[in-house]
Design a protein. Sequence first.
Length: 252
Amino acid sequence: MVKTLKKLKTVITISITLILALTLIQNITAQTSSEMQTFFSKDYAGISIKFNATQETVPGENITINLWIKCTAVGVNVDYLTLSVYGFRYGQEKVPLNSTHVIETKPLVFNYTRRYNYTVHIPKDVWGITQAELYLKYILVDLPCEYNPIFLITKVRNVYWEELENKFNSLNSTYWQLNQTFWESFQMNLTAENLACLNQTYCELRQNYTSLQGSLSELDNTRRAVIILAITTVSFVATTIYLIIRKPKQHW
């Protein structure tokens, strides 16, 4: 009975620990991809734009942006070119990550390419696809031009979810192994109902065990009393016999 109690207690403890562990998230690790990718390339009248950025990253790291501006005509005067980068907090709420005035009130040299490099930090609560917006306004000779391209860029991996998913898969595998052991031991699946039933059985067995311990204690006390009574009786009988033997003889 003691072994059965210990076995039940071990299984119940492991099962409860397994259920609680499903809610824990700890020690997140991830690898960052440093590869660059072209996310936008467009030829406008008099201007060509190419936008490269880090292909993939993780929360808490930086992304690198390379922006090329090429003048493809004579008489291009830029009023402004602004770059804005946005992320999504918790993958939902749009938040600004960076805003830069790339060019302001400046003529461009024909057939000349300018390259601009930027580093944008990704907060730890931002993941999902990031977004870039260009605001371009210029004059080509006497023709006003204005463009506002919006495009998706670097993917920020949700490493928190990935780690949780890995932990869940690991715990799920452990659960099935435990379920197999549970079946081999008790011929039943590891479910909340069966666990509650076994827990009740464990409590009843423990109460019975405690009751038996009390009975054994009483039996032990009774055994001691019997032994003392037997010793006393033997002593009394021995004394009586001795006195009878030693009794002086009467002479008539």
